[in-house]
Design a protein around this ligand. Structure first.
Ligand code: NAD
Length: 498
């Protein structure tokens, strides 16, 4: 095992945590003065106090966002001017790279190497990409007779509430902020109570970059308090939500109970990974292990349901199990570590509960299956591989959100597709076959927002991300994300003959 780099430990010890909200360009306490203690999942250490926002705090933030939108201090700027400020925001994120990476790792437990190499650069790239796009988008002129002109224009929605999860706190926030801010909206962001720290720093960086006060506010707090108040608020025009399917359902109810605000849900997944005997089985095993165990398995698109042709299933499961020890959890502050801590004790118990359910249902555990590093005071789980899983088992159907992979068997292509599609979710899928006809056939038949062929990890801000069925609606990323944060307006003009 590599020894921890003292640098990160020292920096972590010296880090000052400011858990105040950011509203109208200022860091502020909650109206009630209430806070909650944020602990690190790495070792259980208390990181600091964070504002426990409630309805009054949300009201203040929404009022600030509304005022900023209504006086057009942001929406009224030329797109090229918004671009410049957002580019400075992206540069500021990169300039604060080490601090943001450290905060993310301490807050939610992912390895520092990935916070540095993935989360910070992806966040900056997302903001910069939407900034660069916004002065290159043209509106439309409809085909009309000589006596009329019809303009079809996009306008910002107004106030966008962004409610995000803890697994990629900065990236999930950026997927909302990038298109919403570039389009001219004001945003109130409610980060997860399990990972609020980087959102607050992002907002400070945005203000320092020149984003006018009120355009980007952050109110930390619990889902049932700050989150609910934001989703019910009559002055919020749209909610960009990423989180569980259970809470996504509530977002639709909140909208129905309040002002019919637009709701865009990016929800859970149980993505199928189909391996046919005519595919590159060795590379498939490497890829599924890498993708499944990345981010401690806490990824909405983790390929947790591996469907393998019965002729190669035992061999495939054994290969993946043999790879699992590579991902053994270790100290997240050690740059050599590839798997870190589970976000908190509740999530640890959920993951261990699913492992127990798999064993009780008769699946065979080929690797892992236990808590690790309990002596650190943190929450770690061994990378776990189950074979002999059947469709009816809970571990095959429900999202676990931890490092637990299930291998199921199919007899032929039709059964493979039917099994893959027999899920309430439809976020991603992967098909492994060197037969080009089969690969296309199966890719077309799979009901998922993204289908990978002979790979899994390709991803970029240029392509949409989101799900079919109960994995959500609308899409994050790409130019399509502007659809969520803009209204289409038709303007008819009459032109008199000379
Ligand atoms: P969660 O649904 O528990 O919480 C998400 C956010 O909603 C948090 O900020 C939380 O505080 C807030 N919230 C909770 N209850 C609320 C309520 N009653 N009213 C308003 N807000 C409320 O999800 P989580 O555990 O933070 O994240 C994990 C889930 O997110 C997984 O299901 C995962 O698949 C999903 N996810 C999806 C995507 C995607 O793009 N599809 C990406 C990442 C994560």
């Amino acid at each position: 095992m590599n020894s921890p780099t003292p640098n990160w430990r020292e920096r972590a010890a010296a880090l000052a945590i400011d858990g105040r909200a950011l509203v109208d360009g200022e860091r502020i306490a909650s109206a009630s003065g209430e806070t909650f203690d944020k602990h690190s999942p790495i070792d259980g250490r208390r990181l600091g106090a964070v504002v426990r926002g409630r309805a009054e705090d949300v009201n203040r933030a929404v009022a600030s966002a509304r005022a900023a939108f209504d006086d057009r201090r942001w929406a009224g700027k030329a797109p090229a001017a918004r671009k410049k400020i957002l580019q400075r925001f992206a540069e500021g994120i990169l300039a604060a790279k080490d601090e943001l990476a450290l905060l993310e790792t301490l807050d939610m437990g992912k390895p520092i190497r990935y916070s540095l190499a993935v989360d910070v650069p992806a966040t900056a790239r997302c903001i910069a990409w939407y900034a660069e796009a916004v002065d290159k988008l043209y509106d439309e002129v409809a085909p009309t007779a000589d006596n009329a002109l019809a303009l079809i224009t996009r306008e910002p929605m107004g106030v966008v509430g962004a409610i995000v999860p803890w697994n990629y706190p900065m990236i999930m926030a950026a997927w909302k902020l990038g298109p919403a801010l570039a389009a001219g909206n004001s945003v109130v962001l409610k980060p997860s109570e399990k990972s609020p720290l980087t959102a607050l720093r992002l907002a400070e960086i945005a203000v320092a970059a020149g984003l006018p006060p009120g355009v980007f506010n952050v109110v930390p707090g619990y889902g049932g308090e700050a989150g609910e108040a934001l989703a019910l608020h009559p002055e919020v025009d749209a909610i960009g939500f990423t989180g569980s399917t259970r809470i996504g359902r509530r977002m639709l109810e909140y909208s129905g109970r309040s002002n019919l605000k637009r709701v865009y849900n990016e929800l859970g997944g149980k993505s199928a990974f189909l391996v046919f005997p005519d595919g590159d089985v060795e590379r498939a095993a490497e890829t599924v292990a890498d993708s499944m165990f990345f981010n401690q398995g806490e990824s909405c698109n983790a390929p947790s349901r591996v469907l393998v042709h019965e002729s190669i299933a035992a061999d495939f499961a054994a290969r993946v199990a043999a790879l699992a020890p590579r991902y053994q959890p270790a100290d997240p502050l050690d740059p050599g570590t590839v798997m870190g801590a589970i976000v908190d004790e509740t999530q640890l118990d959920t993951v261990l509960g699913y492992i127990a359910a798999g064993l009780a249902d008769g699946a065979s555990c080929l690797a892992g299956g236990r808590r690790a590093r309990a002596e650190t005071g943190g929450y770690y789980v061994e990378p776990t591989v189950f074979d002999g899983v059947t469709d009816s088992m809970r571990i095959a159907r429900e999202e676990i959100f931890g490092p637990v992979l299930s291998v199921l068997r199919f007899a032929d292509e039709a059964q493979a597709v039917a099994m893959a599609n027999a899920s309430a979710y439809g976020l991603q899928a992967s098909v492994w076959s060197d037969n080009v006809h089969r690969a296309h056939r199966v890719a077309r038949a799979l009901r998922a927002g993204t289908v990978h062929v002979n790979q899994y990890d390709e991803d970029d801000i240029t392509v949409p991300f989101g799900g079919y069925k109960q994995s959500g609606n609308g899409r994050d990323k790409s130019l399509h994300a502007f659809d969520k944060y803009t209204e289409l307006k038709t303007t008819w003009l009459r032109i008199n003959p000379a």
